[in-house]
Design a protein. Structure first.
Length: 286
């Protein structure tokens, strides 16, 4: 293990019965445990259960389910408390529901996974949410079953013959044992099309509440601003509009961070200065 001094900068690789890591100094112990749990779970998802389809198209499973199970198993083994587990879930819910690419289709993950940070993170959040959704969906049908049964069946199915691999088709097939009418619609809507996963369909045993939160919203098209110095597609409900910016304004300067709490500044022709919070309020589950 090598210690670096750049916060949030980390990397690593799995080796034979070991890992090699490059980690920032002063990392919170819990994040260290969860990272190890995540990497170790890949000895199952990836190591023992291989995949058949395009890598990026099944990241919702290989990464999202790994993020889910690393936390579930860390809680069950007492490495993190139930309260810590809830805080982790809330963080994933915020990351998912507030993601600027929330409703992008699965094919977008294939094209932009290595190019855009928000797209790269999407399958982790989407898969985590989908695991929670399915776990509760299964329990609604029969409270003695859970997603764990599906995972064990999947493991057995992929070990039965040597070249049997994970595929969405195999996953759907195994799910039929627990959800008799299958999950074709859920996979098509939530994974392939990227519709928002609504937990209200499965909330009988989840203590959820909706919280109103700010999400980053510039109020107009960022690319056109950067490339053509023009305010385009302004949303009349946005804070940018309320601050006085209008469609077609020419910009001569700006200061924008992707943080809804930090004031955005836009300077237009004649040195008019507009300042506003680039946010939109949204109800999300916690
Ligand atoms: Zn991973």
């Amino acid at each position: 293990m090598i210690e670096g001094d750049t916060p949030n900068s980390m990397g690593g690789t799995a080796l034979h019965n070991s890992f090699a890591f490059f980690l920032p100094s002063g990392m919170e112990p819990q994040n260290y445990y969860l990272m190890l749990a995540h990497e170790y779970f890949h000895s199952w998802l990836g190591g023992k259960i291989h995949r058949e389809e395009q890598e990026e198209l099944t990241k919702w499973f290989t990464e999202g389910f790994t993020d889910y199970y690393s936390r579930v198993l860390a809680m069950r083994s007492g490495i993190i408390s139930v309260n810590d587990f809830i805080l982790e879930c809330n963080q994933f819910f915020r990351n998912y529901y507030l993601s600027p690419v929330l409703n992008e289709p699965n094919t977008r993950i294939q094209t932009d996974f290595w190019k855009k940070h928000d797209v790269e993170k999407l399958p982790y959040y989407r898969g985590f949410m989908f695991a929670i959704y399915l776990n509760n969906f299964i329990k609604l049908n029969n409270k003695d079953n859970s997603l764990d049964n599906v995972m064990l069946d999947l493991f057995k199915a992929t070990q039965a013959t040597k070249d049997k691999k994970f595929s969405t088709a195999l996953f759907k097939n195994i799910m039929k044992k627990y959800i008799p009418h299958g999950i074709d619609k859920e996979i098509a809507d939530f994974i392939e099309k990227g519709k928002t996963i609504d937990l209200s369909n499965v909330t009988t045993n989840l203590p959820l509440q909706k919280i109103n939160m700010g999400v980053f919203d510039l109020g107009f098209d960022l690319d056109t601003l950067v490339n053509e110095y023009v305010i385009k597609n302004i949303d009349i409900k946005s804070n940018a509009y309320k601050a006085g910016l209008r469609e077609g304004n020419k910009a001569i300067g700006w200061d924008i961070t992707h943080n809804p709490d930090q004031i955005a500044t836009i300077i237009t022709a004649n040195n008019n200065v507009f300042k506003y919070r680039p946010e939109q309020k949204k109800d999300i589950y916690q």
